[in-house]
Design a protein around this ligand. Structure first.
Ligand code: ADP
Length: 258
């Protein structure tokens, strides 16, 4: 019976080892799937701005050879090029952040941040990337001159929320942005009157690659909010939202600062 006992033990060991192996293989399969999805989403995201850069740059060259006063057209295409380069730059930043978040390498690097400059850069950048007829109304309340926080993480959070609010807004509408200081926390509210997020999908909002069923032709990678979530975690902040399909969405973020 000793033999029987040994066989039993060996079988159970083998069973356990097999379970571990299956788990490891499953994890590897998931990682590979994730990698291919990132490559696919990002390559796709690169295409539109690159095509646009190319055609605008070609047109500019043609205009430059002519003698007519084409100031307006040149201005239009130069601005198209700027939009596209910004889009590619944002995409690259997302991918870099995503890579760091995925490998749990996102670090908290606190710095003294001048709020007025920070807010101005943020809004200038987001406004320069607007491609629809949406305006941003901003309000800062009770902000100290400087705070200590990680400006890159904070920027990434607010830039994503603001550009989403613009992107998913209806033409002619306004996005409201409010930044205030409440009990040693920076509190930001981003509110839009856009397409909203259907109730049934709200639980998946911060998942990687999630894209709402109602986004239509609005382009995206589905990475932004998963990055926002990571940044919030690293900053030990909080994020919440309220949304109604067809009516609009409000995100609120609060981050402890010193
Ligand atoms: P992307 O915008 O690239 O698709 P995000 O991760 O930033 O990726 O957002 C995920 C999805 O959440 C979007 O595709 C959209 O369906 C939804 N979403 C995010 N912000 C808003 C918003 N302000 N209004 C409506 N839907 C939104």
């Amino acid at each position: 019976n000793e033999l029987e006992e040994k066989v039993k033990q060996r079988t159970s060991e083998l069973f356990e080892a097999n379970k571990e192996l299956t788990k490891a293989l499953e994890k590897e399969r998931e990682i590979n799937e994730l990698k291919s999805r990132i490559v696919l989403n990002v390559s796709h995201g690169f295409k539109t701005p690159l095509t646009s850069i190319l055609s605008s740059a070609q047109l500019l060259q043609i205009y430059a050879e002519k003698e007519h006063p084409l100031k307006q057209k040149i201005g239009k295409h130069a601005s198209k090029i700027e939009h596209s380069v910004r889009a590619l730059n944002n995409l690259l930043t997302s991918v870099l952040f995503f890579g760091k978040a995925d490998e749990n390498k996102m670090e908290y690097k606190p710095k003294k941040v001048f709020m007025a400059t920070f807010v101005k850069d943020l809004l200038d950048n987001v406004k320069a990337g607007i491609e629809n007829d949406v305006t941003i109304k901003s309000e800062v309340v009770n902000l100290p001159k400087t705070v200590t926080t990680d400006p890159d993480l904070l920027y990434q959070i607010l830039e994503n929320l603001l550009s989403n609010a613009v992107k998913y807004s209806k033409d002619g509408k306004e996005v409201d942005f409010k930044l205030s200081m409440e009990n040693n926390r920076l509190v930001a509210t981003v509110s839009d009157k856009g397409i909203g997020i259907p109730k049934a999908e709200q639980g998946k909002l911060f998942d990687r690659f999630f894209r709402g069923g109602n986004v239509g032709i609005v382009e995206g990678t589905g990475l932004g909010l998963s990055i926002v979530k990571k940044c919030i975690e690293v900053l030990e902040g909080e994020i919440s939202f309220e949304s109604e399909a067809g009516k609009g969405t409000t995100f609120q973020v609060s981050v402890p600062v010193s």
